[in-house]
Unconditional design. Sequence first.
Length: 211
Amino acid sequence: MNKFEKIGYYFITYSSISKNGIFSDVKNALNAGCKFIQYREKNKNTKTMIQEAKKIKNLCTNKATFIINDRVDVALAVNADGVHLGQDDMTIFDVKKIFRKDKIIGLTVHNVNEAVLAEELGADYVALAPIFKTFTKKKSITPCGVEMIKNIRKKINIPIIAVGGIKIQNINEVIKNGADGIVAVSSVINSDDVFESVKKFIEKIEEECSL
């Protein structure tokens, strides 16, 4: 599965809606068994981001793969396991020039063409978004639906992570249509118990994968 044995539940920090802070959220996600942690921050300066990323990396050591969202410079500064890029970020081609070969590169995609191109360029996984309607992002495009997962699964071999509007109730159709990983932000971070919420997602994903 191209650098991955298993993805399952993929946790993303979101400081703007966190109730107890991103470090508490990460600790709870790790304790619940999460194996992929992404540090996402849009509104802090680079110095602060590096400081936070270093702390999260230490929490993830020997427990989970640690990915930085967007910021290749921060990923390099803290020696993260990889970076997750958007369509408007640095290109995979340019990142590969400065990244070691063992580093992970993920890319957000919205359709089949973008997913196919991502694999051709050397992405290690794609994050398809949004699957369902989501209110986490202020500017969110029209949901692509689970049918898009199925269409992309037919065309690429690298892992697909489903993002956007994911809840316990719709995990079965997401997994059934070919997703290898799940991101659920608001339904986890907005919960009163992040540990229990992540644990429930992991258990549900494992249940669906075993059917």
